[in-house]
Design a protein around this ligand. Structure first.
Ligand code: CA
Length: 227
């Protein structure tokens, strides 16, 4: 498991490197966004720890770039930041960070977060299978089954479900869903999301799994098996 740490402060770099190496991770470091991009181009890491406040190009801007790029879009990102305001947290998640940790943090907390993010994102790792709440989604064959019954759905519903199942228990706004599922820069109205949510619910309703696609009033949608 290879981790890329992007951090301009040598003391934090050293502390994180030592702790992660001791925990059995391989770790590469970059002091700024440019170096990070070179390292990522050399070898795709399994996870990126990304400092928010970097010289020249900020961590948030780098996260945005990584998410836009087909090659790096799936790499989990944990933002490291000195700011703990809710707004920043949301901004970090909005550009596609998978989690967020506030400085100062203990190395124990950091390792726990890394493991949690890896568990979440690798749920669909090797064999391309995600199973959650009785739904089985196969990314290789683009098939969805519920209790061995095949579920019919269009490609957009499939992508939407794939996104939800890879990011369960989190609320996404329509705008975020458009970015993540339809892709940035697509010119689609927010209402379109509702249409596809409706179709997805209909497809999942054969065994009642439509209840996992939850409307969060005033915010957006969430996939949750904790009904
Ligand atoms: Ca910094």
């Amino acid at each position: 498991m290879n981790i890329l740490l992007v951090e301009d402060e040598p003391a934090i770099r050293e502390m994180v490197c030592m702790a992660l190496e001791r925990a059995g991770f391989r770790i590469n470091v970059a002091a700024d966004a440019e170096e990070a991009e070179r390292r990522v181009a050399d070898a795709l890491p399994d996870l990126i720890l990304l400092d928010w406040m970097l010289p020249t190009v900020s961590g948030i801007e780098l996260a945005r770039r990584l998410r836009r790029d087909e090659y790096t879009r799936e790499v989990p990102i944990i933002m490291l930041t000195a700011r703990s305001e809710e707004d920043d947290r949301i901004r970090g998640l909005e550009v596609g960070a998978d989690d967020y940790i506030t400085k100062p943090f203990s190395t124990r907390e950091l390792i726990a977060r890394i493991k949690a993010v890896m568990r979440r994102t690798q749920a669909h790792g090797d064999d391309g299978l995600i199973e959650l709440g009785g739904i089985r989604l196969d990314t290789a064959s683009h098939r969805v089954t519920i209790e061995t019954k095949p579920v019919d759905m269009g490609p957009t519903e499939f992508r939407l479900l794939h996104f939800f199942m890879s990011h369960p228990e989190r609320v996404y706004s329509r705008n975020q869903l458009l970015d993540m599922v339809w892709g940035r820069g697509t010119y689609v109205e927010e209402r379109t999301v509702d249409v596809h949510i409706r179709r997805l619910r209909k497809a999942l309703s054969i065994s009642g799994q439509d209840r996992y696609i939850q409307t969060v009033r005033g915010t957006g949608y969430r996939f949750s098996t904790q009904v």
